[in-house]
Design a protein around this ligand. Sequence first.
Ligand code: AMP
Ligand code: MG
Length: 522
Amino acid sequence: MNDLLKLPLQSPYKEELPADPNMENYPRQVQRASYSCVDTRVPSRPTLIHESQELLDEWDVSIGDKVEWLAVISGAKRFQNFQPYAMCYGGHQFGHWAGQLGDGRAINIADLMILDQPMQLQLKGAGPTPYSRTADGLAVLRSSIREYLCSESMHHLGVPTTRALSLVTTGDLVKRDMLYNGNPQDEPGAVVCRTAPSFIRFGHFQIFASRGETDQLRQLVDHTIRHHFSYLGQPSKDTYLAFFQEVVTRTKDLMVHWQRVGFVHGVMNTDNLSILGLTIDYGPYGWLEDYNPGWTPNTTDAQHSRYRFGNQPNIAVWNLMQLANALYPLIGEAEPLQAILDGYKDAYLKDYHRMMCSKLGLHQSEHVEETFVTRLTQLLGQSEQDMTLFFRELSIVGSSDWEAFWQMLGKTSYMKAHEMSPLHTQWESWHTTYCDLLLAEDQEPKVRRDSMNAVNPKYVLRNYMAQLAIDAAEQGDYGLIDELYQMLRRPYDEQPQYEKWYTKRSEWARNRVGCSMLSCSS
Ligand code: AMP
Ligand code: MG
């Protein structure tokens, strides 16, 4: 087994793309460059809280020198002698062009090839960079726990995502005004080492296009295609279009996954959309509990709920349109880009329908009317059904008689029984159609249940669970982080030892900060 710390470095991003010639670390506009060299901040007292042994195993690597490793993943020492760097990108935030953003608190510390795939290691919270603007480049423990647990859990749910390798506390305090209400507090600082084949975002392309830096734009697109979409062929105008099509497809697939598991990203700005179609930047995200398509956990977005659960697929197209605008200078024609964008909606609706049918155990989705699915999602919302519990229980009770089904609905709802009563007739009619559809499929109940349980997770990182792990960690107890980590490694399995987590959100969590309300302050 290879020692991760001794793997050879290989950084086409740094070698092929233009560097900021300025080596000083202070906030500034960085023109005509894809990155700036910057050193990580040395923490006072780094302590390892958790690491993903699983990811190391997947990579078939071990850690030879643990002391060296802790120094590397906390920012105290370089990975071999690799010069760390922060990337330049821009973005639309909440629908408005925000200009240059960039890695304000992310620093790439190693670019490697692992199992013949490029793999970048990036520290989040290891100090300021030229892109930090007025902020400190640091991260607090609560948001680092949330990123660490959620990205690993998404991976095990089968949702494309960046991964997390480790979580350390720095021993330094970080000031944050959690609710932006003028009450800043000192919080424990932390650093997550996260990994992905590439952290390139839509905003990487936008910044060059916005500045008319077409040569740099072309270099970046060619680099991205060569290293991450090489199967599309050598860069050319046709390949650029194929590349855009590929990003559209991957982003659409990601949206279908988020709808499947009930994930709300919370900040779908164009700087938070990965060119590889990965879930990236876990900030004020949340998991749908009562099925409300209008819900967003992000209090910063509470007024317009732009990034609410049900709007994510639309926002994805809006963001893809911004990417199309950024690629336009290389293509010179709007029509082919528009044609690709136009294809998104039908493709999404088709895949969404198939996905929802699979959650219902209906494999002949072509025989299921779209209105049947729409009626379900409406009823789920109106009767405040817990999304995860409903679909999981459905595999057991779905084809039972109406009484048993209605009883189940009572148990999986956040409403009181009398509040549910007006929906009795509508649910009964939906259930009758459902039973007819199931009969027509003629599947063995066990086969159907297994297939449903493979797409309907039993365990997700409910907002209150992450908060409990945070509360304990802030008191120095990291046991719950490990418990949730272990449980979320197998989200589709029954795992009776974790049954206590298979339950509705407790009443105390309904309006508690961190459980249903989060801000971008992290
Ligand atoms: P977000 O929407 O949280 O992904 O962040 C938007 C931009 O702000 C990105 O360019 C981040 O790098 C930057 N940013 C967020 N938090 C900090 C921080 N604490 N210090 C420096 N930059 C930050
Ligand atoms: Mg971001």
